[in-house]
Design a binder for this molecule. Structure first.
Ligand code: SF4
Length: 463
């Protein structure tokens, strides 16, 4: 029988189907970090249960870490407590931790793929919504809640209802200045922040196939921002070459055997999806958001809409524009901005930094803009330094920081002041996401870096 890629992976991981339509699903890899794991470890401790498969569990510290002076004690008491607790828990339960000071530390969704822990065909979970990132390798990867973190630590399984399947096909060639972040912001603007609710999305089409692994991760990362459970892309030679030789990837003959298996991971030609959408790459322009959910996106040359999108209420539309300080019909181009943040699990990989550095080389950031580059991991940081990218950024007036979630969310020292605009390469523009009152405009690394130089929102195609 024909199957979607999602169903092939799901079916291969069903331990048992239970009455009522749910499945007990085996989980291949479990990533944990300091924010959602403490209560889960407490739960295990109270019931005297060990971590069932320590070797399938990997921890890092990312949300609460400072991005300056990581060799010093963490200033913020809550952040320090969380990071110390993670270390204690990992030591007690025998879980590998790539914490502060470790050469593999970084944002959980950056280190998994770069270490080769993330491999095609796996089921992967983490107590973090953007676990969908790993779907770029042809995995079923999704975020879970704290009680589920405890369940996976205890049993390596989860009781789940199979979501519906959606396919989004993007064919054609992207124009210059348009990158993968623009593709996903465009898709979410079309489908809305709730358009994927109840579905697991497969991305397909020639425009998706032509993307690098870093760019595919950007797309899958934001699946959750349209309400989907996750997103995935069928693995191909680009995927296999990315995985080859990485620390935890199969090596030698084992790798070739794995690739032979991974080549069966695709949706059969006549597989049926519950919903399908088709888009043309040529229709996509550099995108920015104007509101307080990622579905409120427009081409950079467009004006702020004068009415809410379908499914959105007038009240929430007006509240959103009020928060952002935008008026209906206003042009986004030329809007003065004060901050630029290039980082997060959406856009902090070496390719993102190379793209930004290439644009900024020989230029200077606008004097009134504070601009921060935060690599996604120690490995990305080291690679960027080896290529001299840090020097390009600092010569242009940018700050080159140490790895962490940073200004993606106001949970550490890197916050945007109230009322100020930040062009951010992260994935959420919710009220207060980058700090109380902060105004976030989501964009690609290219649009962000161009805004830092101009001091305002510009069309990178003209810069
Ligand atoms: S970078 Fe942002 S979205 Fe990604 S894991 Fe960290 S806090 Fe979550």
């Amino acid at each position: 029988m024909s199957k979607t890629l999602f169903d092939k992976i799901w079916d291969a991981h069903v331990v048992k189907s239970v009455e009522g339509g749910q499945d007990v699903l085996y989980i291949d890899r479990h990533f944990i970090h300091e924010v959602t794991s403490p209560q889960a470890f407490d739960g295990l401790r109270q019931r005297n249960i060990p971590v069932f498969r320590t070797k399938n569990t990997v921890a890092t510290a990312d949300h609460n870490v400072p991005t300056l002076n990581q060799h010093l004690p963490i200033n913020d008491p809550l952040g320090r407590f969380q990071v110390e607790k993670l270390t204690e828990n990992c030591n007690e339960f025998g879980v590998d931790l790539y914490g502060l000071g470790h050469r593999w530390q970084g944002i959980v969704h950056v280190i998994g793929p770069e270490l080769g822990i993330t491999q095609p065909g796996m089921t992967i979970v983490c107590g973090d919504s953007h676990t969908s990132t790993h779907g770029a390798f042809g995995t079923i990867a999704f975020g879970i809640g704290t009680s589920q973190v405890e369940q996976v630590l205890a049993s390596q399984c989860l009781l789940l209802k199979r979501p519906k399947r959606m396919r989004i096909t993007v064919d054609g060639e992207l124009a210059g200045g348009v990158v993968s972040k623009d593709i996903i912001l465009y898709i979410i603007s079309k489908l809305s922040a709730a358009g994927g609710t109840g579905y697991f999305v497969e991305y397909a089409g020639s425009a998706i196939r032509s993307l690098s692994m870093e760019a595919r991760m950007t797309i899958c990362n934001m699946s959750i921002e349209m309400g989907a459970r996750g997103g995935l892309i069928a693995p191909d030679d680009t995927t296999f070459e990315y995985v080859r030789g990485r620390e935890f990837a199969p090596q030698g003959a084992d790798f070739e055997a794995a690739v032979a298996k991974w080549r069966t991971l695709f949706s059969d030609p006549d597989a049926v999806f519950d919903k399908e959408y088709h888009y043309k790459a040529e229709d996509i322009a550099p995108m920015v958001t104007y509101g307080t959910n990622p579905g409120m996106g427009i081409p950079v040359t467009a004006s702020v809409p004068t009415a809410p999108a379908e499914g959105d209420s007038v009240a929430s539309f007006e509240k959103s524009l009020g928060y952002m300080g935008f008026t209906p019909g206003e042009q986004i181009l030329g809007k003065k901005i004060s901050h630029v943040f290039i980082g997060s699990c959406t856009n902090s990989r070496i390719e993102d930094l190379r793209l930004a550095a290439k644009f900024v080389q020989g230029k200077q950031k606008a004097p009134h803009v504070s601009a921060m580059i935060v690599p996604g991991s120690k490995q990305v940081e080291a690679q960027a330094k080896a290529e001299g990218l840090d020097k390009i950024f600092t010569a242009a007036g940018f700050e080159f920081r140490e790895p962490g979630c940073s200004a993606c969310l106001g949970m550490n020292e890197d916050k945007v002041p109230a009322g100020e605009y930040c062009v951010s390469t992260s994935n959420r523009n919710f009220e207060g996401r980058q700090g109380p009152g902060a105004r976030t405009i989501l964009a690609s690394p290219l649009t962000a870096v161009a805004a830092a130089v101009a001091g305002e929102i510009v069309d990178v195609r003209n810069n």
